[in-house]
Design a protein around this ligand. Structure first.
Ligand code: ACM
Length: 755
């Protein structure tokens, strides 16, 4: 099967299979049906762009075509593009019929016309020029979406995005046929929308004094010292809503409740349960300060929604509902009295009461409620739509209950997760979500019976922004995975296939690069798998996408088109640097990946005992400490360094089949006080006659004299032994005045070289 797919890929790359094999194939999301026909239509300055009467071609699409024409042969073939609307068929569907002298683009409705134009634009972007005319192969595309809800969420709370970022995101969404922008406008760390009745939301809640730097889990926390914030005025909101509407995108605002509300409570402490003075949080995570279910809170939220609703034509309002810790409600006399008054058995029921009340209010304004899947807890509001984020379980439960669902599981739809574990990936919240995994998502789970499928309205990708504060980072984190999701939500399941998609995706990434919009591209990534063998180290090189070939060198130089082609795993037995890279038609793609192998006596040893490392910093497993590969200089989470659970000593024991003449042992330690990683006081080498009783052979004190992250420790020790041990004491409590004072420090080590 793989071989066949590989052949398909190779075929797609052969330039002279003529355009027929490529007909319609460059469009993302892939259309429902493409039927090719002989001949070509030449798009140029000679092409007349016309529309049926009663149709207005969206101005910005018309402008696109006119601007494109201005760059083409003004005396090209006289031909015509004719736009029309059929007023029948599934909403958002269209037919794009390209004949030699005329293109008929017919939308099932105006939305369909819009999407047909997006497909036409993509063809114009990707087909080649002949005499200054773009050569479009004749074909008929009949297309319609699989799902009616195709969303992207942007978190404006963690970072405030300038209008220009949002407009670019909306442009990309429109190009790839997304139709819903879920705008997460309020958060613990910032309130982002003007509400006239509550001016402190803008003067106080919209600003935090500074922001945590680096990962939130990193201790101690370090802050940037810069005030951050901002909010969208009502005029800004109207501008975004109109900009989105021009692109067939509905904007759904999210006003979070009852949790993720610290910024609002910081301005109006009476909305919380404690009445305490709070600051707008400067770091991430779920906060305990939540709205208290008082009448004053309901009045505030109703006032806010009363100002929000006229700004957004969307039939839906999102009220959040996720991650609301109940601690303060348990401790609050007021919350407990509401539970008593309403006969609510626990705090989950109180949350349900809260959401049901808001739903009833929204209904009086003609709006429907959406909430994250926690709104199921304690009982769902009667007509609520559920956005399933903690996997798909909540979505399945809601669909069984007859509620509408939007599938947005973190396992497939969280674009703030890492997309690769290649070194050098920018900081992300955690997790891992490759483009391939996004592509494999199906919003309709197998276990859902057919009669409930109608409740799955579609899916949504989420851009949470704790670690995304700039436009380049937003592009890098979101866009590539958005394209995969666009196909999940639009293309019929039967036509979805990752490898052909990857070929198209790569072309689109290249196209956007010419517009200086850089997407992440991990399609050419090579992942080495290392396996210790008695004779040395076996290296298997696997590409993410099996196209082209892998070339490698063994001398540290970057591979070129003459370098050896990788076929079988490489067995390394002597000092070698393997550098590999993907090549397609002799062109290097992606980045080279290096493995620096330095063998030593430890490679032939058996590991008798090894302290279990911390779950988060396992390195390359038990043999990883003696596999001939050293941890990287600036990355203690590179998959080689092992982090020992703070407070534990490190003990390591090896045996050989016969006595070894050992001259000493070297090992490396990581030093990074900011991350609470310190150096131990010393290390002891042990040897044994029987593999059971180990005695001290040599030892060394460790002192830190240079501010370098990687410290090399050498213990010269001439012994002849079949059994060897290394003992390193725990770091212990970090002393006062040092970073992390009072906590146990971390010990990080890699490559124990026995010479
Ligand atoms: C969420 O990710 N807390 C909805």
């Amino acid at each position: 099967m793989k071989a066949i797919l590989q052949q398909v890929i190779i075929t797609l790359f052969l330039p002279f299979m003529t355009y027929h094999s490529l007909v319609g194939q460059d469009i993302i999301p892939l259309p429902s049906q493409v039927i090719s026909a002989p001949g070509f239509f030449y798009f140029s300055g000679g092409t007349n762009i016309n529309a049926d009467k009663n149709i207005v071609i969206p101005a910005y699409l018309n402008n696109y075509l006119k601007q494109k024409q201005a760059t083409l042969n003004s005396k090209g073939v006289q031909n015509e593009i004719l736009f029309s609307v059929a007023n029948n068929g599934l909403s958002e569907g269209y037919e794009l019929k390209i004949t030699t002298n005329k293109i008929f683009l017919t939308g099932n409705d105006e939305k369909g016309l819009f999407y047909g134009m997006q497909s036409l634009i993509q063809l114009l972007q990707h087909q080649p020029l002949t005499n200054g005319s773009i050569t479009l192969p004749c074909q008929t595309i009949t297309d319609q979406p699989r799902f009616g809800y195709r969303g992207i969420m942007l978190d404006a709370g963690r970072y405030f995005q300038p209008m220009s970022y949002i407009k670019e995101l909306l442009d990309i969404m429109a190009a790839y046929k997304f139709n819903t922008f879920h705008w997460h406008l309020t958060e613990d760390q910032g309130w982002r929308v003007e509400i006239e009745k509550y001016p402190k939301l803008m003067s106080k809640s919209a600003w935090r004094s500074e922001t945590v730097i680096g990962h939130h889990n990193q201790k101690p926390r370090v802050y940037d010292g810069e005030k951050h914030g901002g909010y969208y005025t009502k005029a800004d909101i109207r501008e975004i809503v109109a900009y989105a509407a021009e692109r067939n995108i509905t904007v759904i605002p999210e006003i979070e409740m009852p949790g993720h509300a610290t910024a609002a409570i910081a301005a109006y402490p009476e909305l919380g349960c404690t009445g305490k003075d709070l600051e707008v949080p400067r770091d991430w995570g779920v906060k305990e300060d939540v709205y208290c279910p008082s009448e004053a809170t309901f009045k505030f939220l109703e006032d806010v929604l009363t100002e929000i609703i006229p700004l957004f034509p969307s039939p839906y309002i999102h009220i959040g509902g996720d991650e609301c810790p109940k601690k303060q409600w348990k401790e609050s006399a007021l919350a407990q009295s509401v539970m008593k008054r309403e006969g609510l058995k626990d705090e989950d029921a109180l949350q349900s009461y809260f959401i049901k009340r808001m739903e009833a209010f929204l209904k009086t304004k003609g709006k429907k409620l959406i909430g994250w899947d926690e709104i199921l807890e304690g009982g769902l509001a009667p007509d609520a739509t559920v956005m399933s984020w903690r996997g798909i379980k909540g979505g399945i439960e809601a669909a069984h209950l007859g509620h509408d669902v939007i599938m947005s599981p973190n396992t497939f739809c969280y674009f703030d997760y890492y997309q690769s574990d290649a070194p050098g990936e920018p900081l992300a919240i955690g997790g891992k979500l490759t483009v391939e995994k996004v592509y494999s998502f199906d919003p309709i789970p197998d276990e859902l019976p057919a009669e409930t499928h109608k409740h799955i309205l579609g899916g949504q990708g989420n851009i949470w922004t704790e670690y995304i504060s700039t436009l380049p980072k937003l592009r890098y984190m979101a866009y590539t995975r958005m394209l995969a999701l666009s196909e999940v939500l639009w293309t019929p399941v039967a036509k979805k296939e990752f490898l052909p998609f990857a070929v198209r995706l790569n072309k689109h990434i290249d196209y956007w690069k010419t517009k200086n919009i850089d997407f992440a591209n991990h399609l050419f990534e090579i992942k080495p798998t290392l396996s210790s063998k008695n004779e040395g180290l076996e290296v298997t090189l696997s590409p993410l996408v099996p196209w082209g070939e892998i070339r490698y060198t063994l001398d540290g130089t970057a591979p070129n088109d003459k370098s050896a082609v990788y076929v079988n795993p490489l067995l390394l037995t002597q000092k070698t640097v393997v550098t590999s890279q993907s090549f397609i038609q002799n062109q290097a793609k992606g980045s080279p990946v290096s493995i620096d192998f330095l063998p030593h006596k430890g490679l032939q040893a058996k590991v008798l005992a090894s302290t279990t490392p911390s779950r988060t910093y396992k390195g390359a497993g038990e043999r990883g400490l003696i596999n001939g590969i050293s941890g990287k200089k600036d990355q203690f989470n590179d998959g080689e360094w092992q982090g020992i659970t703070p407070g534990e000593d490190f003990n390591f024991k090896l045996s050989w089949t016969e006595k070894q003449k050992i001259k000493g042992v070297q090992f490396k330690l990581y030093y990074d006080p900011e991350s609470w990683i310190y150096l131990p006081s010393g290390a002891t080498l042990l040897s044994s006659e029987d593999g059971t009783t180990f005695n001290k052979a040599c030892e060394t004190l460790i002192t830190q004299n240079k501010e370098e992250k990687v410290i090399s420790v050498d213990i010269p020790c001439k012994i002849k032994s079949q059994f060897l041990g290394l003992k390193i004491p725990a770091i212990g409590i970090i002393p006062a005045s040092k970073s992390g004072a009072g906590n146990q420090g971390w010990l990080f080590l890699d490559e124990i070289r026995i010479y």
